[in-house]
Every structure is written in structure tokens, then in C-alpha cells.
Design a protein around this ligand. Structure first.
Ligand SMILES: NC(=O)c1ccc[n+]([C@@H]2O[C@H](COP(=O)([O-])OP(=O)(O)OC[C@H]3O[C@@H](n4cnc5c(N)ncnc54)[C@H](OP(=O)(O)O)[C@@H]3O)[C@@H](O)[C@H]2O)c1
Length: 291
């Protein structure tokens, strides 16, 4: 298990956060959505070389093999890198959820992941029974195939439903959060249950190009992307920005030698555009099941 802080260099350490199941997760990592399968090994290898120690993938991203190849090539101890994958939308029935994790582990070349998430609640599919899927993840954790379990894109009522049905609070809820869409109700509900927020698309769609963020960046001698990432960290959320460019991977990681003031954090939060700022699907109606 990753403990304390992950040492990157003299002044650069990634803090770790203790989850509600008493395990530790690096607060910062590398997301690989939209990293093409053929590039995933190279991108993840670059990230690991630069010091990333937390990789966020998913069955839906179809690049778990590349992630696994990079992990194997890096030769790191299993406890030195944190790996998350997510249940694909077609596998919500308990038996299929379990089979799918077995296949993910083969692709990732691991005997357990650190974190396994229900990717989407799909409240209009499977008779709306995402609690049964959550129970399957509880069993997978008991079997040791994943150290922690969590959910993604769960709205406040979805969280209430699974906790009421099973008594098990997810370790994290991975939801869309960035300055233009602060998603405050889902964020507050997640924290209210004692789970941690993982903020997906932390850079949003061009959020880092905003003039307010640019002026704060100037003040700190940092880039707007770095200030946007720092904003999430200073709010206590877990992030894993994606890039396929080595210089951006390095830039994104270089956010541990400064902090925003509380006023700066609050000012950036005023950029929220509510539902208009949402870039991804609304989890209440998203029902896509891959062929
Ligand atoms: N659970 C879910 O439903 C869900 C949904 C979406 C995302 N996620 C997770 O969250 C991760 C991050 O979200 P995301 O990939 O949507 O978006 P993101 O990390 O907010 O932004 C990625 C975009 O920003 C660009 N970029 C990265 N660093 C930059 C920099 N320093 N300066 C300028 N541009 C930069 C990237 O381009 P280049 O690659 O060309 O550099 C890419 O186009 C995903 O990879 C995935 O792991 C989860």
C-alpha cells in the first residue's frame, strides 16, 4: 500500500489521501481516457518515468493491455503504483461484473487492482438496480481482486440508494468537476457520505484558458493548466489529468511547489456555469451500452 507521500524530487511530492476503508491513494495521477490503445503503453511508460504513480483506466477505454504492458516494463513493486479500472456499462449483472474484472486483471497483468468502480449508474437500464451491481463489487473486494471499491457518475440519490441497500459507502465517487462545472450537489453528497471526490476532466474544456485563471497563473509564475490542477488539489479532490504529450505530462505533474490562497480557490469556483458547463453526459439519463 502506498503510504505517506510519493517522492518525486527535492520539492515535488504527491500527497496521499486515506480513504474511508483506511487505504491510501495518491491524490494525483494519470488518466488514460482517449489514449489510443496502440499508444497507451508509450504514454503510461512516459508517465511512470516522470514519476506518476497512479493510473486511471477503464474497461471502456480499451487500453488496459497497454497500461499492463507499461506497468510490467516499469518493473515497479506492486505497492509502488496505484491502478484503477472501471466496470463497463454492458457488464452490470453480478456474474458479468465478476468475469469482467478477471479479464481486466489479465490485461493489466495484475492479480488485483487498487480500485474498481461502477463507471456509470445507468438508472434507466437493468431495471434501475445498480445496488445489485454494487453488491457484486463488495464481493470482489472480499475476494481480494480489488483493494477498494467505488462508483463513478453517481448522483446524490444514487449514492443514497446503494448505501441504504448495502450499508457500504464507496471509497470514492468519480464525477465531472472543473471550474466551469463544479458539480457541487454531487460533490457535497459524496463528501457527506464520507467518500472522496475524484474530479474527472479536471482541465475541463479549455477551462485553463479563462482570463481569471490566466491572471492567477501569472501571479504564481505557473501555467493556467497548472493553476487549474492546483485548484482541485487545494479543494482536496483526487485528479488524474490526461495528456499524450511528454512536456504536458511533466507540466501537469509540476504542481506541488505552490498553493492557491483560499480567496483564489473561491474566485475560480465562481466560474461555474452550472449545467451549461457540463461537458459529459448527464448521469440521470445516460444509458449507452457498447455493442
Ligand atoms: N469516470 C468517467 O466517466 C470519466 C469521464 C472522463 C474522464 N475520466 C477520467 O479523467 C481523466 C481526465 O479527464 P479527461 O481526459 O477527460 O480531461 P482532462 O484531463 O481535463 O483534459 C485532457 C485534455 O487536455 C489536454 N491537456 C492536458 N494537459 C494539458 C496542458 N498542460 N496544457 C494544455 N492542454 C492540456 C489534453 O490534450 P493532449 O492529450 O493532446 O495533451 C486533452 O485534450 C480521463 O483520462 C479519465 O481517466 C473519467
Amino acid at each position: 500500500m502506498i503510504q505517506g507521500r510519493v517522492l518525486l524530487g527535492v520539492d515535488m511530492t504527491v500527497p496521499t489521501i486515506t480513504l474511508n476503508d483506511q487505504t491510501s491513494i495518491p491524490q494525483f495521477g494519470l488518466g488514460v481516457w482517449q489514449v489510443p490503445p496502440a499508444e497507451a503503453e508509450a504514454v503510461v511508460s512516459q508517465g511512470l518515468e516522470l514519476g506518476y504513480r497512479h493510473i486511471d483506466t477503464a474497461q471502456m477505454y480499451q487500453n488496459e493491455e497497454g497500461v499492463g504492458a507499461a506497468l510490467a516494463a516499469a518493473g515497479l513493486g506492486r505497492d509502488e503504483v496505484y491502478v484503477t479500472t472501471k466496470l463497463n456499462n454492458g457488464f452490470h449483472e453480478a456474474a458479468r461484473a465478476k468475469d469482467s474484472l478477471a479479464r481486466s486483471l489479465e490485461k493489466l497483468r495484475l492479480d488485483r487492482v487498487d480500485l474498481f468502480l461502477i463507471h456509470w449508474p445507468l438508472p434507466t437500464q437493468y431495471d434501475g438496480d445498480f445496488s445489485a451491481t454494487w453488491e457484486a463489487l463488495v464481493e470482489l473486494r472480499e475476494q481480494g481482486l480489488t483493494t477498494s471499491i467505488g462508483v463513478s457518475n453517481f448522483q446524490p440519490d444514487h449514492l443514497d440508494t446503494i448505501v441504504r441497500a448495502t450499508g457500504v459507502v464507496p471509497a470514492v465517487n468519480q464525477i465531472e468537476v472543473h471550474p466551469f462545472f463544479t458539480n457541487e450537489a454531487a460533490r457535497a453528497a459524496t463528501i457527506g457520505h464520507g467518500a472522496r471526490v475524484e474530479a474527472w476532466s479536471p482541465l475541463g474544456k479549455g477551462a485553463f484558458a479563462d482570463p481569471l485563471i490566466a491572471s492567477i497563473a501569472n501571479k504564481h509564475g505557473k501555467s493556467p493548466a497548472q493553476v487549474t490542477l492546483r485548484w482541485h488539489l487545494d479543494r482536496g479532490d483526487i485528479i488524474f489529468p490526461k495528456s499524450t504529450h511528454r512536456e504536458r505530462l511533466a507540466e501537469n505533474l509540476d504542481v506541488f511547489d505552490f498553493a492557491l490562497s483560499p480567496d483564489e480557490v473561491d474566485a475560480i469556483a465562481t466560474l461555474d456555469q452550472g449545467e451549461q458547463g457540463r461537458t459529459g453526459p448527464n448521469p440521470d439519463v445516460f444509458d449507452w451500452i457498447p455493442a
